[in-house]
Design a protein. Structure first.
Length: 335
């Protein structure tokens, strides 16, 4: 367990951000797991990713495990950075940051061999790892990113709305079953045992589609503590990148039609029309037509969140997916 005691000023500064670079690193960790233990919906992605040779510098995350200084698992500097923006910031990590964080993790001066290049030849080591991560991103992550980004945008919208309406206490209390909020202590369920306090800092929450690779926390920064959690919408990884293929032989499609069945399944995560269209590879007008029919049937409802309109499953819609849909496991990601 990681137990973080959070004071009121830090709690009041809670913010939310996404991170394609963290998703990439967690994807690397996911590949390090026994394939037989990888859960749905990651199985198709893992199968495809294993066919791509991993750049040698990226294997650092295998050899060294997850107890890494934070500069190797960097937090996002802005709410919605691109991968390119994050990797360029990583290349420019200051020497004093690297030295300070390695000293925190290895206070007795015995720097592990995988970290020595970052002290001895910082620029070469950073550029080598950045180039490797970039190649890995392009090969195995970028094809999935449009659908992932749409799902994460919806996740951030929902969480930001909850933060604004109900405050950080309510938000933290409903993040995920692997995160428990018992004021003033936030507990992240992990094998690692660690406890610490944060005072007058900022709390940054980062939803991850690939949290099954790991739930990294960043604590080395003197101003920000980062906590990651499982985002809803991981089902976008199922079946491969690109448009979702309609099914012709399942009971849900036979009952309500292939297009409406596809949209209904996708609403395991509340979404906007645009988000659904991006994730499913359909025209917005087509998605709107399906949503109108599903809403008229009473299996979907809509609600306004600021300037956007979110669609979500009614209990009857959830029952249809559970009873007739082949991918009933998608409901695991509804919180």
């Amino acid at each position: 367990m990681i137990r973080i005691e959070i004071d009121e000023p830090t709690l009041a500064r809670t913010r939310i951000a996404t991170s394609p670079l963290l998703e990439t690193i967690c994807g690397v960790w996911l590949l390090g797991k026994d394939p037989s233990t990888v859960p749905w919906p990651y199985t198709d992605w893992v199968r495809r990713a294993r066919q791509v040779p991993m750049p040698e510098p990226v294997r650092l995350y295998y050899r060294f495990g997850r107890m890494l200084p934070d500069f190797l698992v960097p937090m996002p500097a802005v709410p919605a950075p691109s991968f390119e923006e994050q990797i360029e910031l990583f290349r420019r990590t200051p020497a004093e940051v690297i030295e300070a964080q390695i000293a925190i993790h290895h206070p007795h001066g015995e720097t592990p061999p995988p970290l020595k290049p970052f002290l001895d030849d910082r620029e070469t080591a950073l550029n080598g790892l950045a180039d490797g991560l970039s190649a890995w991103w392009e090969a195995v992550m970028a094809p999935y990113w449009p659908a992932m980004r749409a799902a994460l945008d919806e996740e951030v919208l929902l969480r930001a709305q909850a933060l604004a309406a109900d405050g950080p206490d309510a938000l933290l209390g409903r993040l995920h079953d692997r995160i428990r909020w018992e004021p003033p202590v936030l507990t992240v369920v992990k094998q690692l045992e660690h406890s610490f306090s944060v005072t007058d800092q900022r709390l940054l929450l980062v939803p991850l589609i690939f949290s099954h690779g790991g739930l990294p926390c960043s604590t080395d920064d003197p101003d920000v503590v980062m906590v990651t959690y499982q985002a809803r919408g991981a089902a976008v990884l199922a079946g491969g990148p690109g448009p979702v293929t309609d099914r012709t032989d399942d009971r849900l499609s036979l009952l309500i039609g292939r297009g409406r069945a596809t949209v209904l399944r996708a609403l395991a995560t509340p979404a906007t029309t645009t988000g659904l269209a991006t994730a499913l590879g359909l025209a917005p007008s087509t998605v709107s037509e399906h949503l109108a029919g599903l809403q008229a049937a009473g299996v979907v409802h809509r609600r306004r969140a600021g300037r956007r309109v979110l669609y979500a499953l009614e209990p009857a819609g959830l029952a249809l997916v559970n009873l007739l849909g082949e991918d009933s496991a998608a409901t695991e990601f509804v919180s």
